[in-house]
Design a protein around this ligand. Structure first.
Ligand SMILES: [Mn+2]
Length: 388
């Protein structure tokens, strides 16, 4: 059984005001070619199809046309698409029934009443347990393990068992995600593999943007990573994973296939930070004919010169690349005081830390009760934003 594992397409992503359909189309074309060449039995997209719950009609058309082409590239292949935290769970399932005629399965939300709806049996090939994004708080107890147990009963012919989810697993490398720590990444709390259950041959994950195994040295629990960088901190290669599994209880063999980007996210300098004078020189020397999005990483004494953007825009003239952002880091880090924080320092802080600092500044007592109220409000806002 051969599986193509991908996730986090973030179609419709707008990067500092620039819409990225052109390079997303290029990425989708490569998906079609890979399917044509590798002929997988299963195409699994583990969440974050879109970047927002309200993608434009042009972006939705791009997606549906791509799915059709992917289907045509290998018509007997089963295409399984689950919703991520960026997607609208409800809209994800609107065309659930007609999609089935093209072997496309769309799973938007957790089905409490009929959990077995998450089990997709692919005749003589595999069992796939497809679980979309669901907050830990709303996830039914032992959801994964009960589905795995159910599959164990059904799996009379020892077919490979694939589990899929869109979540954070403890111990993953979350490079490229803002506001992240061990316990929570991109608003999703981490789960321990010990709470998932047993019986899968491969656990296909979405959400974390860097491709990796999270259960080394067993190598059967994997994030495939983004096929296209979403963030300037994703300084790693972007790939899809082709996974071959011979039968139940055999070790998966994974091949990574690189996705080319015709408009990459470029940091100047490529690593670390430099002085404004040095960064200007790097920008000046950047090839005129190279398509790219550029972030400048500048180390400052105190403040970025007020004419910095103006100077950068002059240097950008005649270049194909587009300037996104001047990222600053102070030589001596003083992130204690809100008023002297740079924008990038500010956005690296978690909302509750900002609230705590604000309270300190205003001499308001920020006790446990206040923290609880703050977290409740934040949860509410995040929930509403998701349901929009
Ligand atoms: Mn994502």
């Amino acid at each position: 059984m051969r599986l193509l594992h991908t996730s986090d397409w973030h179609l419709g992503h707008i990067l500092y005001g620039f819409e990225r359909m052109q390079e997303q189309k290029f990425m989708l074309e490569q998906m079609v070619s890979i399917v044509k060449e590798k002929k997988p039995d299963i195409f699994l997209l583990c969440g974050d199809v879109y970047h927002t719950s309200q993608p434009s009609s042009a972006v939705q058309t791009m997606f549906t046309e791509a799915v059709l082409q992917i289907h045509n590239a290998n018509p007997n292949m089963q295409i399984i698409i689950t919703a991520g935290n960026h997607d609208s769970a409800v809209k994800h399932e609107i065309f659930r029934e007609p999609w089935k005629f093209l072997n496309v399965h769309t799973i938007g939300s957790v089905d409490r009443e009929y959990p077995e709806n998450h089990i997709i049996e692919i005749e003589n090939k595999a069992f796939v347990i497809a679980v979309p994004y669901c907050s830990n708080r709303n996830m039914p107890e032992d959801f994964y393990s009960s589905l795995l147990d159910k599959v164990e009963e059904l799996n009379k012919n020892n077919l490979p068992v694939v589990l899929s989810a869109h979540t954070t697993v403890f111990g993953c490398d979350f490079l490229g995600h803002d506001n992240a720590n061990e316990g929570i990444v991109g608003g999703i709390e981490s789960v321990g593999l010990e709470n998932i259950g047993e019986g899968y041959d491969y656990f296909a994950l979405g959400h974390i943007h860097k491709s990796q195994f999270v259960d080394r040295p067993n190598n059967k629990v994997r994030y495939c990573g983004t096929p296209l960088a979403v963030n300037f901190d994703e300084r790693f290669s972007h790939t899809v994973s082709i996974v071959d599994i011979a039968s139940h209880n055999s070790t998966p063999v994974v091949e990574k296939i690189e996705i080319k980007d015709n408009c990459p996210l470029v940091n100047l300098p490529s690593e670390d930070f430099s002085s404004w004078e040095d960064v200007k020189e790097l920008l000046e020397n950047f090839p005129d004919d190279k398509s790219a999005y550029i972030r400048l990483n500048v180390e400052i004494e105190n403040m970025l010169p007020s004419e910095a953007y103006e100077q950068a825009n002059v240097l950008m003239q005649g270049k194909k690349a587009r300037l996104c952002f001047i990222n600053t880091r102070r030589k001596e880090q003083t992130t204690e005081n809100l008023q002297t924080m740079s924008l990038s320092e500010f956005s690296a802080e978690s909302p509750i830390d900002i609230a705590r600092k604000y309270a300190e500044h205003k001499e308001i007592v920020f006790d446990e009760q206040m923290q609880e109220i703050f977290n409740d409000v934040l949860d509410e806002i995040e929930r509403e934003a998701r349901e929009e």
